[in-house]
Design a protein. Structure first.
Length: 291
């Protein structure tokens, strides 16, 4: 396990939390796990298979960058991948380890016999990443825009994809002024605890009720990817640091680094995540990271 997952000179997770500069993603994921059932796990597996477009994950190396609850590491392991999970948030690491143990128990195997490594680490720590090698699939859904250095994070994650491997990321859609508004809401949520419940009460009708109604009218059923409306909403309100990008920015950034787009699902002009699956076709040239 990496003993120093933080880049030199950077604040630790605990320091960022104490300074109210970071949302407690791991605590939210721990509460989400109380609702995790077979149907949600199946939904996660199906979303991986659908988006990656691979015939199988059997024996492929799968890296989960920012594993959160561990749900998609679990899905990849159940689909036969050799999984490596890491997260910057110690509570998220604990959640992922909990699911690894649960998975091992379901298979009737000792935890150390399951080909699934879980550890604490940062996607911004190049020294840590250098020891990981390259992977057939690098997965980072809704994570890289919460690092405070989004483009560095995307660049670092993409470097871990082997030739002809897949990079599956999801990045918040840039809506211009509304995105700036949400940045302020999220900052307020984290810096001033007394405002949290008022913000939850204020935004619940839109973020939960309206979304639920939309999914019912559209015949979409439950929330996709095995998530829940409530914990998605808390994640959205509190999710800070917070950065966004337009789909064409992500495409151009990764195309310049030797990647070709294989699949994309946009947020349709909303504040949600645009999902991208890229294939690494050749080695990157030297490029500047956007600031």
């Amino acid at each position: 396990m990496n003993s120093n997952p933080h880049p030199p000179g950077s604040p630790s997770h605990a320091a960022e939390m104490a300074a109210a500069e970071r949302f407690g993603f791991g605590a939210n994921w721990a509460r989400f796990l109380r609702h995790l059932d077979a149907a949600r796990i199946d939904a996660a597996e199906q979303s991986l298979e659908r988006m990656l477009g691979l015939p199988s994950l059997q024996n492929l190396r799968f890296l989960d960058v920012g594993s959160g609850s561990g749900l998609f590491s679990l899905a990849a392991s159940r689909l036969g991948a050799r999984v490596h999970s890491f997260d910057y948030d110690p509570q998220s690491v604990a959640c992922t380890r909990f699911l690894r143990e649960r998975h091992a128990n379901e298979r009737g195997e000792p935890v150390d016999k399951v080909d699934w490594l879980v550890e604490e680490g940062s996607v911004l720590d190049k020294a840590y990443l250098a020891g990981l090698g390259q992977f057939d699939v690098v997965y980072s859904w809704g994570v890289l825009h919460h690092t405070g250095r989004q483009w560095d994070a995307i660049d670092n994650a993409s470097s871990l994809v082997r030739p002809h491997g897949r990079l599956f990321i999801a990045i918040y859609n840039d809506q211009g002024l509304p995105s700036r508004w949400w940045t302020g809401v999220k900052r307020l949520y984290n810096r001033h605890p007394l405002f949290r419940w008022p913000l939850i009460v204020l935004y619940t009708p839109w973020l939960v009720c309206a979304r639920w109604l939309y999914r019912q009218l559209a015949g979409l059923g439950k929330v996709g990817r095995g998530m829940t409306l409530w914990y998605d909403m808390i994640d959205w309100l509190g999710g800070y640091p917070f950065e966004v990008a337009r789909p064409e920015e992500v495409f151009r950034f990764l195309h310049a680094r030797g990647f070709e787009l294989r699949e994309m699902t946009t947020a349709g002009g909303t504040a949600g995540c645009n999902e991208f699956v890229f294939e690494r076709m050749h080695e990157a040239q030297s490029h500047q990271v956007p600031r």
